[in-house]
Write a protein that binds this ligand. Structure first.
Ligand SMILES: Cc1ncc(COP(=O)(O)O)c(C=O)c1O
Length: 390
């Protein structure tokens, strides 16, 4: 598509695949891994991410919505697609028609599948171990076991649960340990049905990487070959600052260019609400990206960007379509016109591979990197670097 505004998100397929390899290294052989490509692959482009993962023999991807799975199928994604959100009868029909795999969390979903399935259907069964969002409560274990032992139509392939606080999985007395203990009871109960089990999100995976490195492999994370469901780690971020065991590389670089530069004199203000006042004569770069692109307004007067190899502050309120940077110290006595169209990195890598991670944008907007990435708006084109044509 023609781009008249040079604001875009560059997606490095090379980094995505490198992160995948890092996760595989922690997993070792024969472990189920379901890379999560829900929410447009955390803003990175779900079709391209899923297709790229197929080139390295990832055979499963996870989505939240049936709609997301349908989009992947229509784009030619052949991997197993796990649908996590749940479904009604109509949704069950679509899941089966497009050869997706349902994650089942209620008896109603079981009934819906039973009523539409003409032939045996593979399913994954979710248990609630403390997240209290989706999944069967543990007290249903026996009843579910009996049901699946006898069901002709529904073939139970895997059991799963979800960590509420994966980053504490390095401790044997944390919430993750408690959840895993409960889950293990279920897994043991289902052993006669030969199912596998998955539960580790990025926090859990990073914990496992850390413990492996420390040679502390006698805890609950190593009791079974728990399957992995990486989201954030795949896109290059550590779920917690404490974890840097995997050499993850951010996949998205959010870029723009300087639209124009204004000189403001001491005492003048910048942007709506006059919230920033120049304490000296200043050079202000106007950058065509704003909160309508997902660069949150809370970042106003607090966040930063990478400009000409330097970290510079966002000044004044972020507008719908623009933000302003104080570049006084960078451009000094230069002719300001020389800097028009200069690249600005809101987060990610510059062309010298200097990294300015999305954590700054997340912290200054009082949120988490997950939200910062998924917030990058639809009107920001994604440019895929290194995507092989199928
Ligand atoms: C069921 C499920 N599994 C795995 C993940 C991946 O989590 P993370 O991005 O922390 O790796 C998510 C994300 O929210 C999820 O909902």
């Amino acid at each position: 598509m023609e781009m008249y505004r040079r604001t875009f998100a560059e997606i490095s397929i090379e980094n995505l695949l490198s992160n995948w390899q890092q996760i595989k290294n922690v997993a070792g052989d024969d472990r189920f891994i379901c890379p999560m490509v829900k929410a447009n692959a955390y803003g990175h482009g779900d079709v391209q991410t899923a297709l790229a993962l197929e080139t390295v023999e990832a055979d499963t991807v996870g989505v939240c919505l049936i709609e997301e799975g349908l989009l992947l199928r229509s784009a030619g994604v052949k991997s197993q697609i796990l649908v996590f959100r749940g479904f009604d009868r109509h949704g069950a029909e679509k899941i089966l028609e497009y050869q997706m795999t349902p994650v089942v969390s209620t008896w109603e979903q079981i009934q819906a599948l039973e009523s539409v399935a003409d032939e045996p259907v593979k399913i994954h069964l979710k248990f609630n171990t403390g997240m209290n969002r989706l999944g069967f409560n543990i007290d249903q274990t026996e009843k579910l076991f009996t049901y699946f032992k006898n069901s002709k139509k529904l073939k139970l392939k895997a059991l799963l649960t979800h960590f509420a606080q994966g980053e504490d999985a390095i401790f044997n007395d944390g919430f993750s340990a408690k959840q895993t203990k409960l889950f293990k009871e279920v897994v043991d109960y289902f052993k006669p049905l030969n199912t596998y089990a998955h539960l580790l999100n990025s926090g859990g995976i990073a914990s496992q990487a850390y413990l492996k490195k420390e040679n502390k492999t006698d805890g609950f994370l190593f009791q079974e070959k728990w399957g992995f469901r990486p989201g954030l780690a795949l896109y290059g971020y550590q779920p917690h600052a404490r974890f840097n065991e995997m050499n993850l590389k951010p996949v998205m670089t959010l870029k723009s260019v300087v639209n124009n530069i204004r000189t403001v004199t001491t005492g003048e203000t910048v942007s709506y609400g006059c919230s920033w006042q120049a304490q000296r004569d200043s050079k202000i770069a106007i950058v065509p990206i704003g909160y309508a692109d997902g660069f949150h307004r809370l970042i106003s007067n607090k966040g930063h960007a990478l400009f000409a190899d330097k970290i510079v502050p966002v000044v004044g309120r972020i507008c719908m379509d623009f933000l302003m940077l104080d570049v006084t110290d960078v451009i000094q006595g230069d002719d300001i016109n020389k800097w028009i169209e200069e690249e600005v990195i809101l987060f990610g890598y510059d062309d010298k591979l200097k990294l300015f991670p999305a954590d700054d944008a997340a912290e200054t907007s009082h949120t988490i990197v997950w939200e910062t990435l998924t917030s990058v708006g639809e009107r920001v084109p994604r440019h895929f670097k290194g995507l092989k044509k199928p």
